[in-house]
Design a protein around this ligand. Structure first.
Ligand code: 16G
Length: 240
């Protein structure tokens, strides 16, 4: 039962109960949680109090609502370490998930000033712009637009990016990927992104920009990625 004398508000205690039931596996992802009426009867509290707890868990991403159907337990987020320069394919395989790719754009274009600067090119040089949807276990996770200098990887073609781009660089071209810098920012999904990622609007997404280098210090990719914020969280180890 809940502790009505506690300094912890009742709705927070209900949140804690539901969280521990999710953690223990009593409620699994995709399971419906009991209705507001059932919860208010179980805990002998008002429906308003229960609603507050549910709303907080929905905004934390632990639960999601489906119109006319009810409230369900979300899938656990993929926790991505911020150390290590890994590829999407490697990341998904190391979690026992099946990576997949849908190539939705492959063009040779001229870079804008920002991309030219990052790739150490002039605006008259050519770059490839590769747009892919990345899937894990058949679910869309991210949209990636990769800008690659043509003079560095002249033979790149659609086949080279239908599988793992990093495998192509390392195994086919025998080049060494060495380091990268990366930034992450929270945005709202654009309508087209929401459609491709199969998420509702408005939804938060994580926008990541990565600039990666080969071991000879040549920048070989600028990548703009849009990750589903309901499926991803990033972790870094820090010390002092
Ligand atoms: C990751 C990288 C991306 C890289 C891709 C290669 C981030 C934010 N981005 O998605 O920069 O191009 O992996 O993946 O992590 P692939 O080898 O599976 O094609």
């Amino acid at each position: 039962m809940l502790d009505k004398q506690s300094h912890l508000p009742i709705y927070v205690q209900i949140e804690e109960r539901l969280k521990s039931q999710i953690k223990s596996g009593a409620f699994k992802s995709g399971d419906p949680v009991p209705s507001e009426r059932e919860l208010s009867e179980t805990y002998e509290v008002s429906r308003m109090t229960v609603r507050q707890a549910i709303m907080n868990l929905v905004s934390e991403g632990l639960l999601y609502r489906e119109k006319g159907k009810g409230t369900f337990v979300s899938q656990e987020k993929i926790e991505q370490p911020l150390q290590g320069l890994t590829s999407f394919t490697e990341d998904m395989r190391s979690r026992g998930m099946q990576p997949d790719n849908k190539l939705i754009g492959f063009h040779k274009i001229k870079p804008d000033a920002d991309i030219a600067d990052k790739l150490k090119l002039s605006e008259t040089d050519d770059i490839y712009r590769v747009k892919r949807i990345r899937y894990a276990d058949q679910k869309p996770m991210a949209i990636e637009t990769t800008y690659i200098p043509v003079k560095l990887l002249p033979e790149l073609n659609e086949e080279s990016v239908k599988g793992s781009f990093y495998t192509y660089i390392q195994e086919k071209l025998k080049l060494t990927i060495s380091h990268a810098s990366q930034s992450i920012e929270a945005l709202l999904a654009e309508p087209e992104e929401a459609k491709l990622l199969n998420i509702q609007e408005p939804s938060a997404v994580l926008h990541i920009e990565r600039l990666s280098y080969l071991s000879n210090n040549s920048p070989f990719e600028v990548v703009h990625s849009t990750y589903r914020a309901d499926r991803y969280k990033f972790r870094s180890e820090i010390s002092r």
